[in-house]
Write a protein that binds this ligand. Sequence first.
Ligand SMILES: *[C@@H]1O[C@H](CO)[C@@H](O)[C@H](O)[C@H]1NC(C)=O
Ligand SMILES: *[C@@H]1O[C@H](CO)[C@@H](O)[C@H](O)[C@H]1NC(C)=O
Ligand SMILES: *[C@@H]1O[C@H](CO)[C@@H](O)[C@H](O)[C@H]1NC(C)=O
Length: 797
Amino acid sequence: NIVEFYKGFSALWLIFYLSYSIPEEMKRESLIGNIAKDLGLNVGTLSSRKARIDFEGSRKRYCDIKMNTGDLITLERIDRESLCGKKPSCVLKVNLVLENPLELHRVSLHIQDVNDNSPKFRENLIEMEISESAEKGNRFSIEEAHDADIGQNAVQRYTLEKNDNFILSVTSNKVELVLENKLDREKQKEMNLLLTALDGGSPQRSGTVVIHVTVLDANDNAPVFSQAVYKASLPENSPPDTIVITVSATDADEGLNGDVTYHFGHVSDDEVNTFSIDHKAGEIRVTGVIDFEESSSFEMRVQAKDGLGLTSYCKVIIDVTDINDNAPVIYLKSLNNPIPENVSPGTEVGIINVQDRDSETNGQVRCFIQQNVPFKLVPSITNYYSLVTTGQLDRELVSDYNITISATDEGSPPLSSSKTVQLSVADINDNPPVFEEQSYSAYVSENNKPGSTLCSVTARDPDWRQNGTVIYSLLPGEVNGAPVSSYLSVNGDTGVIHAVRLFDYEQFRSFKVQVMARDNGSPPLSSNVTVSVFISDVNDNSPQILYPAPEGNSFMTELVPKAAHGGSLVSKVIAVDSDSGQNAWLSYHIVKSTDPGLFTIGLHSGEIRTQRDISESDSMKQNLLVSVKDNGQPSLSATCSMYLLISDNLAEVPELKDISYDDKNSKLTSYLIIALVSVSTFFLTFIIIILGVRFCRRRKPRLLFDGAVAIPSAYLPPNYADVDGTGTLRSTYNYDAYLTTGSRTSDFKFVSSYNDNTLPCLFTVLFFCFVFSYFFRKLKLNRHFAIHYMDCLCRVN
Ligand SMILES: *[C@@H]1O[C@H](CO)[C@@H](O)[C@H](O)[C@H]1NC(C)=O
Ligand SMILES: *[C@@H]1O[C@H](CO)[C@@H](O)[C@H](O)[C@H]1NC(C)=O
Ligand SMILES: *[C@@H]1O[C@H](CO)[C@@H](O)[C@H](O)[C@H]1NC(C)=O
């Protein structure tokens, strides 16, 4: 110990100054110094002089004096820091008081610092929160460590435990952590840094503090997808709500910063309506219609976003897989409709295109048509087929076809569709008209009415419309030197054959004409048929008696020998009939005879024979009235008279004239003459009267009859003429012709042209005409004569 010793004196008081320097923190009763010795006092006197230590103020008693040794010892541990704090010098002033005489010694105790305090941080643990976004170079102040010691014993330096991020910067009185490497919460969420403060004492003391750094999260991590590209395959027609794929992204940040939501990035409008994404779960679902044929794949960007808006993207590729959901569609690209029936086999009729929107095998189509038609499909370029004929077509057999084209794809299950093509076969004039019969025969009775129907021919032509329209015509030819058309006409439309004129069996009995049936095609086809017309006899000819000659000319007389026996041939009536058959089968009868029973006539031979022997009593002149009848229905007859003279000598013959007419005949003739004369007279009178009346009245002359009753001068109607040279009369003409027959005289005109006066006259004339015609009929007079007469009469009228 270094003891400083001061001695001093005052005016009144003998004051000694003693000074000791002691280290602090000495143990109790450590020796500070020997005061007795330093003061030069006798140890024995200390107690006698009542040496004591006084402290200024109310200080603790840090030291005391040992009486027996005079040592100043510490009573208590002296802590410099608590006495003096940070004062650089720490002096504890005590007074040593001696009595007898009162002596005061001032003792200064210089308390020396001892490194007894370690540097000390206010806390053991410093909590710090530093955002990971803190920049390099950022400084964070740390409260300094405190060391109660001073000087060298105070804190001299700091050390920081080695770490990755921070270094220590200590300037005059600032301790700072300097961020050297950026923090990453995601690597290290928190760290403990051990900061040590060291003092300069010896031995050196230190104090540490743990700096607990919590790294605060910054949104420095974008979400990260588990895959950059997600691929999914999705069958088309997947129902809505099907989960296609789930994307997931993680964000290393925490809390809001790590809260990932998912969104579609840029997608087309279609895709927006087709898919939806669950923002939280990242599930992509179907919301719309998935049609492979519309789009076979989707490529979308999905965005993952954390709470504060950091984003990242991934790609989602959805491949749509095809389902066989489209049936093939058959398109008729072209069709030659109708097709002529004469096309050769192998002609292309139409082109068919088949489309199936599905792909691969689902879109592979087989195409075929039904079996029973003369067509086939020939595949040409992909999915195109030619419809080709396989055989000869015949419109007359099958005029139209319904061709069913079926198409089936190869999907599973396969889909198919069909289309029916209606194909008509167009007509070609390939069939000539064919008559229903090989030949035709017409039977007509003579004296037929002109225009009457003889027969009809029919030809069929199975072709279409004009190609099958049959027109009939007569082929030109001659019958008996006259053109056929003057005999017959054929209705071009109906094939009905009419007689043009009256036929006379006696002129010809049959003839043949050729009728042609021609169709209207171009060129036309035709066929011919023979029509045989057979005219049948009508009993229109009376028997003609050749012998004896008709009455009037010469009176032939046969001589019958007187000695003739019964049965001997006397004479023969010879008659012919220009009719034929029954109509010409003549039978002979004796109508009247002078002596009935004397002669018979052979019914069919006309031979006159005696019935018995001639006797003397028989009259010499025998007259026979023989009637010759034919066997027609009704039968016609002629009569003749046969004069027989029973004599062996012609000289005996008397005058024969008076037997020429029989009474009845001469009577009738007389009646006729009388009647004619009287009628004529009456008629002349009548005319004269009328003329007289007219003249007297001096009336304006007027035509009495302007609408004459014309008796047709011919049998043929005036309009009845050949129309097309072949004797063919079209129906319309025929019709007209028949209508106009006789229509020149109109009944109305007739009536209107008569006045009151002329009517009675007319009736009178008509009455007489009637009477005469009756007579003439009765008399069986020549009709022509009567008609002629009446005709004249009427014309005069
Ligand atoms: C074709 O089809 C049409 C309409 O379905 C039908 O009227 C016609 O008779 C059919 N033709 C044939 C030849 O089957
Ligand atoms: C008739 O046949 C001809 C060919 O011979 C043809 O050109 C024409 O179209 C046919 N007419 C009808 C109406 O079918
Ligand atoms: C029909 O007869 C006419 C005239 O003789 C002739 O030109 C034509 O070829 C004949 N037609 C047939 C099919 O024989």
